[in-house]
Design a binder for this molecule. Sequence first.
Ligand SMILES: [Fe+2]
Length: 200
Amino acid sequence: MTTILTDNVLDLWATPVLTRRVPADPGYTSRLRDLILSRQGDPGGTMIGVVDGDKTRSDLLRWNAPEIEPLRDWILDAAETMNAHTRSGVDSTGRQVPMVAEAWGVVYREYGFHHMHSHHDSAWSGVLYVDTGNLTAGSGTIEFLDPRPAATPHAHQVLAPVPPEPGLMLMFPSWLKHWVTPYIGDSVRVCVAFNIGFAR
Ligand SMILES: [Fe+2]
């Protein structure tokens, strides 16, 4: 019989992905949708990584509109949850390092999608779905690539955690590669994407 003197299994390098429903009622998401659509053509918006879609400028959290403050709070609160979960974001004295966030609206037209990418220069990234535009089930979803290189030849390398719906927020490490499958629907699919980093 084998005698075990010590025993411990380490969960190394797990990848946290937060899914959270924020208290965004239909009136709020409708107003935020209209706000994003009204700013869609502002100079400084891009189409980087997107096909059949547009991104607003990335200063959304500084827009002068009442919908922005709750959004900023939800994003920073979710980041605090992720920091606590991963025991990150504290300095040598144990104090929480302040966080800074940037966000932008993304509007996908029919068949619009986002190529695979990761987000640079930040700790956490995520999305809040604002209007899913009557999308066909299974379309317009974010998918994540298994970050373990040796796992990529295997079948379950892609994780699509939950179908998008208004008020659903996802947050994940900025280095995690992800993409958005084509939106199939009769309207537009609108979301807010964001990055959160530690203030230096
Ligand atoms: Fe992204």
